[in-house]
Design a protein around this ligand. Structure first.
Ligand code: ADP
Ligand code: NG1
Ligand code: MG
Length: 489
């Protein structure tokens, strides 16, 4: 980890002098009777476009939020983990952490993960990286201000903060990309087969620009946002814990099955390596538009049964379960393949369009494709209105695809999107969906009016909550920087 923030490692800074840090420190001392040694801070994120395509191997375009998970930590001289939370609705937890095998990640009776399971995911990942060699332990106290289960990636911020804290306590230097990949892998212990977007942006984010994130190898390229554009996040007031149901994994495996069928029908499944829709595209050396045509050609049906899929892939049900399904999707008998694959390929096209129109990467303030880039990494005003319209239309297209083809929206999210349209503001659900937040793209000069419009027509009229409360559910946001460690130097 880096002491000046300039290298590829997670930056280490002095402990900021603010009320939140003081309160967390006080809480820590109350709980453990000793001072914390260091703090880690990992931000949440909002994804501008590219939803449910990271686990298919396609680029995404998120930015980090100001809201974060902050952990205060101290090192113990025995291999134990003691976990506290400043919010007393989250219970205390303690366990041995001598080896990875000590760490069992079990859900509650309703299949919902206990909150500390996310901490355990991070710790298990760090232990795996350390090859189980650990003689010391950790006291941690968590203070999170990312709305949970809302598509703003509170889970990954918590997993990543725990992993980072343990690695730092063990004095392990890791690059941002390595730790992001490690955290993406270990969050899967919670049960969902996510793609890595959340952990990537948590570590690779930079102030004032979104990031175009690509995979294998993981890479983040800063993307300039139009200077005149404001991004507004609005909560639908519906929460969705992604690990509590099989909605998320069902989509992941439907994409895998679609990939395998297209590859088989196109004569490209010569080995067992193809499991993502992007791998099929690469193997066939096709454009994304070609892939959309192949979906119509090879996946014409609205619904596929398990038997039909086994027939096409020439496998038996046992093999299908073993190679393609997850523990919580094994029992499924029908799958929507055309719809999911169409969403993925078309969303990947929208990401490319968005990035292109957003204008270029923030390199050194150069002018590319006609849109200038200023020192903040945002476009100059020139064709700002046109750009906002173009980007907004792509975001609307994304929402409709997520609603109709991917079926991961929620009535409240659709309602927010429709109310936004009344003010000519384009928006889309962000994160996994089934609840959570929308992200809206709004000209800066319209932001206050737009927020008032949502407050009046969604929060007050539709949800019956008062104006002062509504304020906490809708906010304008600018791109924040990534994870950091605070230490008294
Ligand atoms: P998200 O879209 O926010 O990532 P997830 O369903 O993936 O939603 O994860 C949400 C879960 O993460 C919560 O139900 C809770 O268990 C855990 N979590 C998030 N923030 C906190 C916090 N501040 N303190 C404790 N647990 C948290
Ligand atoms: P959220 O909404 O934060 O749980 C999930 C996945 C992402 C990505 C998005 C959908 C995890 C940890 N996160 O995010 O990888 O697939 O949904 O675009 O699984
Ligand atoms: Mg999550």
């Amino acid at each position: 980890m880096s002491a000046n923030g300039a290298s590829d490692e997670v930056p280490i800074r002095g402990i900021p002098n603010n009320e939140r840090i003081s309160r967390l420190k006080e809480h820590f001392i109350q709980e453990f009777g000793n001072d914390p040694l260091f703090f880690v801070r990992v931000p949440g994120r909002v994804n501008l476009i590219g939803e449910h395509i990271d686990y298919c191997g396609y680029p995404v375009l998120p930015m980090a939020l100001e809201q974060d998970i902050l952990i205060a930590a101290a090192i113990l001289n025995k291999p134990e983990l003691h976990v506290r939370n400043v919010n007393n609705k989250y219970s205390n937890y303690v366990t041995e952490i001598k080896s990875c095998e000590d760490i069992n990640i079990i859900s509650d009776h309703n299949g919902k993960p206990f909150w500390y399971n996310y901490v355990l995911c991070g710790v298990k990942g760090a232990l795996e990286f350390l090859d189980g060699k650990i003689t010391s332990g950790l006291q941690v106290c968590v203070d999170g201000i990312i709305p949970p289960a809302s598509g703003l990636s509170s889970s990954s911020a918590l997993v990543s903060a725990a992993c980072l804290a343990l690695l730092y306590a063990q004095n392990v230097p890791l690059s941002k990309t390595d730790i992001a990949s490690l955290c993406a892998k270990c969050e899967r212990y919670i049960g969902t087969q996510g793609g890595g977007m959340d952990q990537a942006i948590a570590f690779l984010a930079e102030k004032n620009c979104a990031q175009y994130i690509t995979w294998q190898p993981l890479n983040a390229t800063p993307v300039a946002l139009p200077e005149n554009a404001a991004f507004v996040v609005a909560h639908s007031l519906a929460e969705a814990n992604k690990a509590a149901t099989n909605d998320f994994n069902r989509r992941v495996i439907e994409c895998r099955l679609a990939a395998k069928i297209i590859a088989t029908c196109a004569g490209a499944a010569t080995d067992n390596k193809i499991i993502t829709l992007s791998q099929v595209q690469n193997k066939l050396d096709n454009t994304l538009e070609d892939m959309v045509n192949l979906v119509h050609k090879y996946l014409p049906k609205e619904l596929y049964t398990k038997e039909e899929i086994c027939d096409i892939l020439n496998v038996n049900e046992e093999e299908l379960e073993q190679f393609y399904l997850t523990p919580n999707t094994k029992h499924l008998t029908e799958f929507k393949l055309k719809q999911r694959a169409l969403h993925v390929y078309e969303e990947a096209i929208r990401v490319e369009d968005f990035r292109k129109h957003c204008s270029q990467t923030v390199s050194n303030g150069t002018k590319v494709n006609g849109y200038g880039v200023n020192g903040n990494g945002s476009c100059e005003n020139g064709d700002a209105k046109d750009i906002i319209d173009v980007l907004g239309n792509l975001m609307s297209g994304s929402h409709h695809s997520l609603k109709d083809l991917y079926e991961c929206s929620h009535d409240n999210l659709d309602h927010l999107v429709n109310i936004s349209k009344e003010m000519n503001v384009h928006s889309r659900l962000t994160g996994a969906g089934w609840g959570g937040c929308i992200i809206a793209l709004c000209p800066k000069e319209k932001v206050d009016k737009y927020i008032d419009h949502l407050t009046e027509n969604f929060y007050i009229k539709h949800c019956n909550i008062d104006k002062s409360q509504a304020k906490s559910y809708v906010f304008a946001t600018t791109p924040n920087h990534g994870a950091e460690i605070y230490l008294n130097k």
